[in-house]
Design a protein around this ligand. Structure first.
Ligand code: HEC
Ligand code: HEC
Length: 205
């Protein structure tokens, strides 16, 4: 078993069900989210597929990424500027708001869905690619405490752009850099299309 599959297996076993919400105020976050709405939409279900959906995203992951844009660890000219003026409390509130919204799911391309599903659920042993579900979950809900993002319903175009950024190292992630660098362009497109059509099961209160 190679170390990435092993790591994935361990994380998969540890992955608890359900979602953890931030210590922020969703009401205050909704007000603050007015400046985000032009790109991400007021409820986080962005219409333009270049902009990630934030609705239903794990709060801890949203907080982590906003802090990373602010510190420059994750580089994006638009988001560095947006995050620069946010206080720690703003970040908690925005995460509480967007994570409490329901993500809308898209459609998978019928010609890609089989290949995408096989990769998401089973990985690709010949090129040592672990199954995505080991970390991102069988329904694509991710893992809040582990700060693993939800992928269900995410725009395929955005997913491909991030896989390319992980593969060429412009986005740094110990877990995703080695995985993405083994994906072929066709595998990226297929798995991205599959997750765009993936539905999360509703979380029971
Ligand atoms: C002008 C457009 C624009 C605005 C306004 C904007 N964003 Fe973004 N946002 C982006 C783009 C583009 C990305 C993808 C960056 C990348 O490729 O790394 C992004 C990424 C993100 C991510 C990472 C999501 C993920 O799945 O990793 C978060 C979180 C985020 N934005 C939150 C916000 C918040 C909160 C606001 C308002 C305070 C905001 N954004 C305003 C364009 C925008
Ligand atoms: C070992 C655990 C693990 C496995 C396996 C894994 N991921 Fe990830 N993935 C992560 C983590 C952790 C992040 C957050 C990256 C960061 O910013 O540090 C992430 C981030 C992502 C993102 C960025 C999402 C966003 O909102 O910006 C995409 C897309 C993604 N993974 C796709 C995949 C695909 C496709 C596979 C299967 C081929 C996969 N991942 C397998 C752990 C994993």
């Amino acid at each position: 078993m190679n170390k990435f599959v092993l790591m994935a297996a361990i994380l998969g076993i540890l992955a608890p069900a359900g979602r953890v919400y931030a210590a922020g105020s969703a009401v205050a976050g909704q007000a603050k989210a007015a400046v985000c709405a032009a790109c991400h939409a007021a409820d986080g279900n962005s219409v333009n597929s270049q902009f990630p959906k934030l609705a239903g995203q794990n709060a801890g992951y949203i907080v982590q990424e906003l802090e990373r844009f602010k510190s420059g660890y994750r580089k994006n000219p638009i988001m560095s500027g947006m995050a620069a003026s946010l206080s720690d409390q703003d970040i908690q509130n925005l995460a509480a708001w967007f994570s409490s919204q329901k993500v809308t799911t898209g459609e998978a391309d019928p010609s890609l869905v089989k290949a995408g599903e096989a990769l998401y659920r089973g990985g690709d042993q010949s090129s040592e690619i672990p199954a995505c579900l080991a970390c991102h979950g069988p329904d694509g809900a991710g893992n809040g405490p582990m700060k693993i993002p939800a992928l269900a319903g995410q725009h395929a175009e955005y997913v491909v752009s991030q896989l390319q950024a992980f593969a060429n190292g412009t986005r740094t992630s110990q877990m995703m850099n080695p995985i993405a660098s083994r994906l072929t362009p066709a595998q990226m497109r297929a798995v991205a299309s599959y997750v765009q059509g993936l539905h999360t099961t509703p979380i029971q209160p």
